[in-house]
Design a protein around this ligand. Structure first.
Ligand SMILES: Cc1cc2nc3c(=O)[nH]c(=O)nc-3n(C[C@H](O)[C@H](O)[C@H](O)COP(=O)(O)OP(=O)(O)OC[C@H]3O[C@@H](n4cnc5c(N)ncnc54)[C@H](O)[C@@H]3O)c2cc1C
Ligand code: SF4
Ligand code: SF4
Ligand code: SF4
Length: 844
């Protein structure tokens, strides 16, 4: 159950971390290419291969012949050229040292239901794989001698070597699918038998028939269907080579089958091969690269023509007449082409002869009736998938259809309702996400796609060996490096805490809502708001975790034992040992209506240096009309560990003290006090010491002798992230003091927490140290801060850091740079000493 008090819902509805990149949306199997491509870019082909197998089987097959719709949408395409995702998938399979057997689950669940799948092409194979992994007993029936469907029956080995197919399809044996080849539905067994014996039946019989030309002469000897020709030729059927060798061959069509038939005829040593297509070359359904390869191999192409009549002599083909497409075919427009062999590749058809009278209702008009979402039919327990219902599609689409059918078979067998079409949401490209990603595409460097070189045409036409050798390792790594890794997760990339505990804010929130994290997790965030800064949706993970901390305290589950130190410090600053409000005896010089100020150094600066605090106070009195000083803590530590009630009462205490002094404005010296009071006590008018110091007249009064002019890097406190005026004031003061400033990339609004934020050191010391080290690694210069806690934190891990007030008021600031941070005890002693020092001065 979601926790109502914390606003998980906002993150769940607005976070873009799991929004799919364009390549994934356009892949029918929704493969997240980013992950496997990233592994390749790191040279880790094993991890890449394992990643692919998590989502789908057969990377070696798909990596060769997938029509890669993912590439058509690749964002890189808008810059130069799409990433070669398909070829990279193949490289993953080519260069892995893993056997896929090792990547399969050791044990499968065992369910009692048996499922029959008819058709061993991509759709049936995918369904068999998924259903078997889900624990079902699966029997796969295939009419042909071997599995693969079009992969082994029609796609020529020069594009898809048989050993690759056989090797990868072996996975079905490995996971225990029962495979029955040479088993034809309608001949060797009947549909009613299957429906009687199995809990569910899936038909994935594809489109095994070639569409006929249906023109005069289409039954002459020498006229072949494209699919029939390929099936016979690739099976080494006797008579086929003779039919082609030294003949004039005409292939009709513009899709994959046509181009494969033409290239196969070339390899069978046809005298010449003419490919005739009715539309333009650009409109051919076959991949342009396939068409070009065919042309390189010597295939001739004629477009804009459609066949009208086949001419023959003694029952054999001698020629074919064409007319321009869309024309009526009047005399004079006819083009006669002499030929010995015509291969008609104008489409594929289903063979439904297994639907006898008993099942005629499934295809009342000769067309199958089915639900395209659930793959169901009017026959209970009978499902359909693949080209049989999609029409001539692609391997990846057929596999996706098989996966969909498997999903709904599983739901059906688990007694879960099958949704109606309208309830199933198809993923689509999120335009706003795309716009967001495209915002910075101009900064992407142009880098053309790595070229894949094929075997030379004069060599490849002599055999059926693979034309495309794939990328070599180095080229694959380089090509993978072109991927822009399109994703949001900007917050995760910037935040060590998020990287440590989750893949995305969505995962974080889901796990928090389910109570899957240990209690430390909400206390590991620095509450630094860097995530808010980088988030296009303005999501504030820190605020959510702060809410959770408060809730834990209310339930008695927080704060954690380590926060006892915070309690000790807080007890001290809330006692007579620190609390003090003193008015300035010189006050009331000011006329009514003018601003009057109360100095609020906070517990952090007071604990760091009572001397600096006192000097700052004295200086303040010189530059503004100052009512006095309030020694008090802003309450941030209590707020950060989740003690909201205690924090509220401390805040109320500050208001009371201000009222006592009758000041209009509180002057703080610590960014944390500034942030805390500003955000939680809107009734208090507030500014910082640095704003006042940086004013023109005040700057003149900062007559510090400074012989030691240095180059500093400014560490902006994360609590000053949104305070541009404050950041400017600090830079102005440093400039006035004559120091040189080198900015870190993570500064101002993009600043990083020093590590101390959110009370993290009291939750996990090692993690805290890592955070400090990361911040220190951002610069090689001495650091100047304007938060005493940041200065102490950075110096705790060897950083060379100084407080800006040291530079102003401490002539020996050089000694401070490497000084150890104060211990808790020293801090408390300093706070008390400040109180005593103030009381000793005569302005009660
Ligand atoms: C020549 C050619 C080239 C292609 N090139 C590409 C390409 O490069 N890239 C791409 O993505 N797609 C390509 N395709 C398309 C792709 O191969 C198909 O979309 C895909 O194979 C369809 O898968 P399927 O499982 O639905 O059907 P099929 O692959 O056709 O498999 C159906 C299986 O059912 C069996 N079967 C049929 N009837 C029965 C029965 N009565 N009893 C038992 N078994 C039966 C068949 O023998 C066959 O094995 C090509 C197709 C062809 C024909
Ligand atoms: S650049 Fe990479 S992540 Fe982005 S769409 Fe292309 S392949 Fe996908
Ligand atoms: S930045 Fe982070 S929180 Fe914001 S939308 Fe992106 S992934 Fe989600
Ligand atoms: S507030 Fe800071 S530490 Fe916390 S999640 Fe955001 S970026 Fe990370």
């Amino acid at each position: 159950m979601m926790d109502q008090l914390i606003n998980y819902e906002e993150v769940l509805t607005k976070c873009l971390s799991e929004t799919m990149p364009p390549c994934q949306v356009s892949c029918p199997l929704q493969v997240d290419t980013r992950e496997y491509v990233q592994y390749i870019s790191q040279g880790n082909f094993n991890a890449s291969y394992a990643k692919i197998w998590e989502k789908l089987p057969f990377p070696g097959i798909l990596g060769r012949i997938c029509l890669h719709p993912c590439e058509t949408q690749c964002r890189r395409g808008a810059k130069d050229e799409a990433v070669a995702l398909c070829a990279l998938k193949r490289s993953s399979a080519d260069y892995t040292e893993y056997q896929f057997e090792k990547l399969l689950p050791r044990e499968l669940p065992e369910k009692k239901e048996k499922i029959a799948i008819v058709g061993g092409g991509p759709a049936g194979l995918m369904a068999a794989y998924d259903l078997r992994l889900a624990g079902y007993k699966v029997v796969l029936y295939e009419a042909a001698e071997m599995l693969g469907g079009m992969l082994t029956q029609a796609i020529p080995p020069y594009r898809l070597p048989r050993d690759i197919v056989i090797g990868e399809l072996n996975v079905l044996h490995q996971i225990g699918v029962t495979i029955l080849t040479n088993s034809r539905l309608g001949k060797d067994f009947q549909l009613s038998e299957l429906l009687g014996k199995f809990s569910a039946v899936l038909l994935a019989t594809g489109l095994p028939g070639s569409k006929k030309l249906t023109i005069e002469g289409d039954n002459l000897i020498g006229v072949l269907g494209g699919l029939d020709f390929l099936r016979l030729a690739l099976n080494g059927e006797a008579g086929i080579p003779e039919l082609i060798r030294d003949r004039h061959v005409v292939v009709v069509g513009g899709g994959n089958v046509a181009v494969d038939a033409a290239r196969t005829a070339i390899r069978l040593k046809a005298r010449d091969v003419l490919l005739v297509y009715r539309r333009t070359k650009a409109e051919m359904r076959a991949l342009p690269s396939e068409v070009n390869e065919a042309l390189e191999e010597g295939v001739n192409l004629k477009t804009g023509l459609m066949p009208r009549r086949i001419i023959g002599k003694k029952g054999r083909v001698t020629g074919i007449e064409f007319v321009p497409f869309k024309a009526t075919g009047e005399a004079g427009m006819v083009e006669l082409l002499p030929t010995d062999c015509i291969i008609s590749a104008i489409g594929q058809v289903a063979e439904l002869d297994f639907l006898n009278e008993e099942f005629a209702f499934l295809a009342p008009e000769g067309q199958l009736e089915f639900d395209s979402v659930t793959c169901t039919t009017k026959q209970q327990g009978l499902f359909l998938a693949g080209d049989l219902i999609l029409g001539a599609s692609t391997v990846v689409e057929a596999m996706a259809s098989g996966r969909r059918a498997a999903l709904y078979i599983d739901r059906y067998l688990q007694g879960q309702g099958l949704p109606s079409t309208s309830t199933l949401e198809e993923s689509s490209l999120d335009e706003s996400f795309l716009n967001l990603l495209n915002n910075n595409i101009s900064q992407v460097e142009v880098k053309p796609r790595k070229v894949l070189s094929n075997v030379a045409p004069e060599l490849r036409i002599n055999n059926f060996t693979e034309v495309n050798p794939g990328y070599n390792r180095e080229d694959a790594i380089e090509e993978a490096g072109r991927c822009l890794q399109c994703e949001c997760r900007f917050c995760v990339k910037e935040c060590e805490f998020l990287q440590e505990i989750c893949a995305s804010p969505l995962e974080l929130v889901r796990k928090l809502a389910q109570g899957e994290y240990p209690p430390e997790v909400p206390y590991l965030c620095n509450i630094c708001e860097l995530c808010v800064k980088v988030c296009p949706q303005d999501l504030d993970i820190g605020a959510l975790l702060l809410g959770l901390r408060q809730q834990m305290v209310e339930r008695g589950e927080g704060p954690l034992p380590g926060h006892a130190f915070v309690d000790r410090d807080q007890d001290h600053v809330n006692s007579e040992a620190f609390l003090l409000t003193m008015s300035n005896p010189e006050r009331n010089k000011v006329k009514d209506g003018n601003e009057t100020y109360a100095f609020f150094p906070g517990c952090s600066l007071s604990g760091y240096s009572p001397e600096l605090t006192l000097k700052a106070f004295q200086h303040l009195k010189n530059i503004v009309s100052c009512d006095g000083i309030i020694l008090h803590c802003c309450g941030a530590p209590n707020l950060l560990i989740g003690r909201r009630a205690k924090f509220d009462s401390m805040l109320a205490g500050i208001c009371t003290q201000m009222e006592k002094l009758e000041s209009t404005t509180l002057v703080v010296a610590c960014p944390d006090c500034y942030h805390t009071i500003k955000n939680h006590a809107s009734n208090i008018k507030i500014t910082t010491l640095y704003h006042l110091l940086a004013e023109k007249d005040s700057l003149r009064k900062l007559s510090i002798r400074n012989d030691d002019r240095r180059t500093f890097t400014i560490h902006d406190s994360c609590k000053a992230r949104w305070e541009c005026d404050l950041q400017d004031a600090i830079r102005k003061i440093l400039h006035h003091l004559g120091h040189n400033i080198v900015e870190m990339p993570y500064s101002r609004e993009m600043t990083r927490c020093c590590g101390n934020g959110g009370m993290v050191p009291y939750t996990d010391l090692d993690f805290f140290i890592r955070l400090v080290e990361r911040r220190l690694a951002d610069t090689n210069n001495d650091i100047v801060t304007y938060c005493a806690a940041c200065r102490e934190t950075l110096s705790s891990q060897g950083g060379s850091a100084v407080h800006i007030l040291d530079l102003i008021f401490n002539q020996a600031w050089g000694d401070v740079l490497r000084a150890e941070p104060k211990t808790g005890r020293e801090r408390r002693e300093n706070q008390t000493r400040l109180r005593e020092m103030l009381q000793a001065v005569d302005y009660k």
